[in-house]
Each structure stands twice: as structure tokens, then as C-alpha cells.
Design a protein around this ligand. Structure first.
Ligand code: AMP
Length: 303
């Protein structure tokens, strides 16, 4: 079953203790759809400016991503600039230029309106709802956001959250959204905003899922080389939603597997700048790392 995503397509400038890149391909929609493309067909809704090079669109098409929903608008492409310190867990945003996204009024291609699985990647919550209302009968809606929107458009974000089944955010965002420093209390409060399932990504400490009073915990893959965490959250979401979309069965076992596939995709993503690592993986590498996660977390039950 194919998956629809709305999110940013961007030029990112990123500095980490291990290097620096300027205006490379990024954006929540880009990372998400590239990651999900290993599991299912993906249709992307976004906009870019006239400065966006054809080579990036050609790359998305090469991953079999449907880009009919990317509108080329007069003006400049979205730009984001961020920096990470040695602990690499949280980006410090230095600059956000929404550019063409400021006036983007998405009008979905007809073929997009029948999609059943929807991911509202990190973007203006008004835009997230604008896209969602054009989908006829979605059966699973998931969403991401970030501090920029929690601080700048909280009321609108809360409206979006009433419409989603699964929310994926990082620990800092969960604390900020709920106003609760304790993650378990934060999760319970966020679940009262609408989503039935909450996944909190914790960078190198893994991910936690809260659903129906139960908690599932997954580790992050212990990597020797972490170059750039940018896009880790989006590639996690791409692996997670891509797997669920492929299975079309959202029982707890599949959701747990999807969380591990999300962790696998995030672990590949952080091994390089931009999309360098996840743009050309082999599915056998993904399966192998999934199996390594299984070994990593196995322990015996008490007899
Ligand atoms: P993450 O997966 O959280 O590391 O997301 C990183 C991506 O989010 C970068 O490629 C940025 O282009 C994109 N991004 C940063 N700020 C925003 C924003 N306010 N709205 C949409 N996308 C953003």
C-alpha cells in the first residue's frame, strides 16, 4: 500500500564537531520519503523554489518516489541551518527560512487523494491539516513536529494532534509540548491531546513507545561513527511508516518491528552528512542490521 507524506524539501547547512556542509539536500519530507522508499511506494507533497536543482528531483525519482505533488514556486527553497555539539543529541537551530513554504497552498494531485496511510512530517501544522483534509479516507495518520512549531504555532499544532493516530517526536519536544520534565508524565499528557500512540525518540538512547498503558523500549544501534544526526528523526519515521505501510496490519507486533526498522534507518542516516548513506542502501544491509538489533536486545526469560 502506498504512503503519502507532506514535509519540507530543503537546503540544509550543518555544522558538527566532525565537519560542515553548506546548502545540501535536506528537509523532513526528503529524509522521510527516501527512508520509506526501501519499504513501500511513497508520494511526496512539498514545494521548492526556482533555485532547486533538477538533480535533486532526479534523485527522488530514482528512489521511485512520486514527486507529482512537489510544486515549483517562484521564490527560494526552504533553508535550515543547524549546529550540533559533541553529544550530538539535539540540534541548535541557527536559522530557519521558510521561503516558498510561507505561501504554499497545497492542492493534491487526484491520484494522491485515495492514499490510506499518511505521514505529516515536520512542517507548519496548518499545512499538515490542509493536506490531511484533502485525503478521502485515511486509515492511519501519523505526525511529527519540532520546537519551532511548538513555540510558534502551538494552538494549530494541538488542532492537528486531534486528528492523528500516532505522534513521533523527540524527548526535548515531548517535554516542551507537555510542559512536563518527566517523560512518562509527559507521554500521558500528550496522549490526552489526541494520538493513541506516542513514540518518543531519544537519539543515542533509543526510542520509547507509549500505547494503551503499555511501554515498549528500543535501543539505538551502538555506532562507532556518527557524523551528522540531521534527519535521524525523519529517517526513523520513514522506516517505521514504510514498514507499516508494507504490512497494512498495525498490530502491536508489527508496530514493534516497525520501531526497529525506524531505528535501523536512523542508524544508517547518522553515519554520513545529508542523505549520503541512505540514498543507496541495499535491502540486505537493512535486514542484517535489523537482525543485529535482535541480538543486541535479546535476554533470557526467568524460568
Ligand atoms: P530531524 O529528523 O529532526 O533531524 O530533521 C531535520 C530536517 O528538518 C532538516 O533536514 C531540516 O531541513 C528540517 N527542518 C528544520 N526545521 C524545520 C521546520 N521548522 N519546518 C520543517 N522542516 C524543518
Amino acid at each position: 500500500m502506498s504512503l503519502l507524506v507532506v514535509g519540507s524539501v530543503a537546503f540544509d547547512s550543518v555544522k558538527t564537531p566532525f565537519g560542515e556542509v553548506d546548502e545540501v539536500l535536506g528537509g523532513s519530507g526528503t529524509y522521510f520519503s527516501t527512508s520509506a522508499s526501501y519499504f513501500t511506494d511513497v508520494s511526496l507533497v512539498a514545494c521548492v523554489g526556482t533555485d532547486f536543482p533538477q538533480e535533486h528531483l532526479t534523485f527522488l525519482k530514482s528512489r521511485k518516489i512520486d514527486i507529482e505533488g512537489i510544486e515549483k514556486m517562484e521564490g527560494k527553497t526552504f533553508r535550515w541551518k543547524g549546529e550540533y555539539g559533541y553529544e550530538l543529541n539535539e540540534a541548535k537551530t541557527l536559522d530557519t527560512q521558510l521561503n516558498v513554504f510561507e505561501s504554499f497552498k497545497p492542492k493534491l494531485p487526484e491520484s494522491y487523494k485515495d492514499k490510506k496511510i499518511v505521514f505529516l512530517a515536520n512542517i507548519d501544522p496548518d499545512l499538515q491539516r490542509e493536506v490531511l483534509k484533502q485525503i478521502k479516507e485515511p486509515i492511519l495518520v501519523a505526525c511529527d513536529t519540532m520546537n519551532f512549531w511548538i513555540e510558534g504555532k502551538k494552538d494549530s499544532l494541538l488542532e492537528t494532534l486531534k486528528l492523528v493516530d500516532i505522534l513521533l517526536i523527540n524527548d526535548g519536544e515531548a517535554r516542551e509540548l507537555s510542559g512536563e520534565p518527566n517523560l512518562v508524565k509527559a507521554a500521558n499528557k500528550i496522549l490526552s491531546f489526541g494520538p493513541r500512540t506516542l513514540i518518543i525518540k531519544r537519539g543515542e538512547y533509543g526510542a520509547l513507545m507509549f500505547k494503551g498503558g503499555r511501554i515498549f523500549s528500543a535501543p539505538a544501534y551502538p555506532l562507532e561513527t556518527v557524523f551528522d544526526p540531521t534527519g535521524a528523526g525523519d529517517s526513523f519515521a520513514g522506516g517505521f511508516m514504510g514498514y507499516l505501510s508494507k504490512k497494512m496490519d498495525f498490530d502491536d507486533a508489527n508496530i514493534r518491528k516497525a520501531i526497529i526498522f525506524g531505528s535501523v534507518m536512523a542508524s544508517f542516516n547518522v553515519e554520513s552528512f545529508s542523505l549520503d548513506k541512505i540514498k543507496s542502501l541495499d535491502y540486505s544491509e537493512i535486514r542484517n542490521r535489523y537482525n543485529e538489533f535482535k541480538r543486541l536486545t535479546h535476554f533470557e526469560a526467568l524460568s
